[in-house]
Design a protein. Structure first.
Length: 382
């Protein structure tokens, strides 16, 4: 017959051991890791932001060390909870704690499927799968928000560009331009003019690019290539400036002289030159005149259909002075105009009397002298 000690050893101790083991197993299974996105697809260089819950399904407080294992080489991770880099997390019964896991993928990575684990040590394992959608490269990316802009030749074109360092090392980029001759290109990283910029790996910098066209550039589309280069990586960005041109017109004579002589009542032909001094073609150039009362001015032609940029056209102005104009200087304002530009040339016209009136004046004077002589001879002896 078994004594009390034998009964305790043979029956109660194994039963107590079973109860302890069951309670430990239940406690171990009370903590669970959960995320809604265990399998995702991303491109190289992406930063993945996981939201993970540590859930306590048990009836007592549970504590576990939480860490990440099996992360591929070159990948970076940060695991935080409650704003802290927590090493161990305690969860009240029937509650949960939120964890934030950030995983940074390198740019130089092969296309494929990668797995790693988040572990609540002694409690739960959360497997995570990342599928990289394309073959990664070590490169520099140079982009612009708006690569095409339109404006006049006198405009300043401001482009907003972004330079991304998708290499694994800090890079010092030299900034340069291959713009057409006469164009001015200024780089302003961080809004300060510079010819180079330093960027950390995986980071980017905003760069403002100011472009100015040369004087009197013709209307059209122009490509301005800009380059960011280091010893190991180069990126090229093509900007486009659509020049609508400038309007300019000049009215003068072939020799530049703006004065003429004319006889009252007579006609005078003046040769004029209408020059397009802008960078845009001028159409329907009309000629007009501001003249003294009684004067007449006609143009041949009175309207010029088209003057190309940098070209000129010939016009003849026929001027007739007023019959009763007294000798002296008169001003004619001759104008060439379009809706976009106007030019006026002021001509000084020196009026002379006709030769016939000169001879008549002489004859009148001679007649008066003859009358005086006659009277003197006839009545002088008395």
């Amino acid at each position: 017959m078994l004594n009390r000690k034998q009964i305790l050893t043979r029956f109660f101790l194994p039963l107590l051991l079973i109860i302890v083991l069951c309670s430990q197993a239940a406690l171990a299974q009370s903590l669970r890791l959960y995320t809604p996105y265990p399998h995702i697809t991303v491109p190289p260089g992406e930063t993945i932001d996981y939201a993970i819950d540590l859930i306590n399904n048990g009836g007592a407080i549970a504590t576990a060390e939480v860490n990440v294992e099996g992360l591929p080489e070159g990948w970076k991770q940060t695991l935080r909870s409650g704003g802290w880099n927590a090493q161990a997390i305690s969860v009240l019964p029937r509650e949960k704690k939120s964890l934030n896991l950030k995983v940074e993928l390198p740019f130089d990575i092969e296309k494929g499927v990668y797995t790693f684990r988040v572990i609540a040590r002694g409690h739960s394992v959360l497997p995570l799968t990342v599928e990289v959608s394309e073959q990664g490269t070590v490169k520099t990316v140079f982009t612009a928000d708006q690569a095409n802009m339109q404006g006049h030749a006198t405009s300043t074109f401001n482009y907003r560009a972004k330079l991304e360092n998708q290499t694994g090392e800090k890079q010092l980029y030299a900034l340069s331009s291959h713009a057409p001759r006469g164009w001015t290109v200024v780089f302003k990283p961080n809004y300060q003019q510079a010819s180079s910029v330093e960027i950390d790996p995986g980071q980017s910098k905003d760069i403002q690019i100011e472009v100015k066209a040369p004087y009197n550039v013709k209307a059209g589309k122009y490509t301005i290539p800009v380059v960011a280069s280091t010893g190991s990586s180069t990126a090229r960005l093509e900007l486009e400036a659509d020049i609508s041109g400038t309007y300019g017109i000049e009215l003068t004579t072939p020799d530049g002289r703006l004065s003429e002589k004319i006889t009252a009542g007579r006609r005078k032909t003046i040769d004029l030159v209408v020059r397009n001094s802008g960078s845009t073609d001028l159409s329907s150039v009309r000629m007009s005149a501001g003249k003294p009362q009684g004067w007449e001015v006609t143009f041949t032609p009175d309207t010029i259909p088209l003057i190309a940029a940098g070209e000129s056209a010939q016009v003849k102005a026929q001027v007739r002075a007023y019959d009763k104009s007294i000798p002296g200087d008169y001003v004619l304002n001759l104008t060439a105009q379009t809706p976009e530009a106007t030019s006026t040339a002021s001509f000084r016209m020196s009026v002379r009397t006709p030769l016939l009136w000169g001879w008549l004046g002489i004859l009148i004077i001679l007649g008066a002298i003859g009358v005086v002589v006659y009277l003197f001879r006839k009545y002088g002896r008395r």
